[in-house]
Design a protein around this ligand. Structure first.
Ligand SMILES: CC(C)(COP(=O)(O)OP(=O)(O)OC[C@H]1O[C@@H](n2cnc3c(N)ncnc32)[C@H](O)[C@@H]1OP(=O)(O)O)[C@@H](O)C(=O)NCCC(=O)NCCS
Length: 179
């Protein structure tokens, strides 16, 4: 597991699936994600069964926070499209429990995943795409040290109109200068 004092990233377990299903179908959570169709519980179960075939470093991680003596599941995160030659990967995150947004948990989880990416997987670049209409996520990534690398014009279509996607990234050298 990947730890800080009050947060851990652990492997996804079958018991997490019902929470993921609930979160992904919540319009407020879903709005910032690439998923745009309703997901059934069986879709989510099939997704879980397929995880066994994924490259190990691309398996998603469940995010838990410490609450007194227990751990509470609040979201998940992952690297995907890892390119081992260029040593880069895309990062994704979803905190499904809206009541705990804006308390710093997203930033802590992003930093933990970046630490894992740079210091364990030996990545040189971590990047992500974020909807222009998702200021909370943009601010989270900026706080963690991601820099704006580009704007993909009209790269997304939602709520009846096109919107730009922002490309953000961080290099291992930038990570090292922060820690
Ligand atoms: C994006 C996400 C991971 C952020 O997690 P979080 O725990 O809310 O993030 P943090 O509390 O660490 O930071 C949020 C920051 O955004 C700021 N923020 C919130 N709403 C904002 C808004 N409308 N405009 C500008 N900044 C905003 C907060 O004030 C905070 O910044 P601060 O610490 O400088 O005050 C989480 O909200 C989430 O998973 N959302 C749903 C899925 C999603 O959008 N995923 C990202 C896909 S790219």
């Amino acid at each position: 597991m990947i730890y800080t004092e009050n947060m851990r990233l652990r492997a996804v377990e079958r018991g997490d699936i019902e929470s993921f299903y609930r979160w992904i179908n919540d319009p407020d959570v879903n709005d910032g994600l690439a998923i745009y169709l309703p997901m059934s519980l069986s879709d989510e179960q099939a997704w879980f069964e397929n995880l066994a075939k994924r490259e190990k470093a691309e398996k998603p991680l469940s995010i838990e926070i410490r609450e007194s003596k227990d751990w509470r599941l609040i979201g998940n995160c992952a690297f995907f499209d890892i390119d081992w030659r260029v040593r880069c990967a895309e990062l994704g995150i979803m905190l499904g429990e809206k009541t705990i947004w804006n308390r710093g948990h997203g930033s802590t989880a992003v930093r933990l995943l970046c630490k894992h990416g740079f210091e364990t997987l030996n990545l040189n670049r971590i990047f992500l795409h974020v909807h222009e209409s998702n200021p909370r996520a943009i601010r989270t990534y900026e706080k963690c040290g991601f820099v704006h690398e580009g704007r993909l014009r009209q790269a997304n279509f939602k709520h009846g109109h096109y919107e730009d996607m922002l490309l953000m990234g961080m290099l291992a050298s930038e990570w090292q200068s922060k820690v």
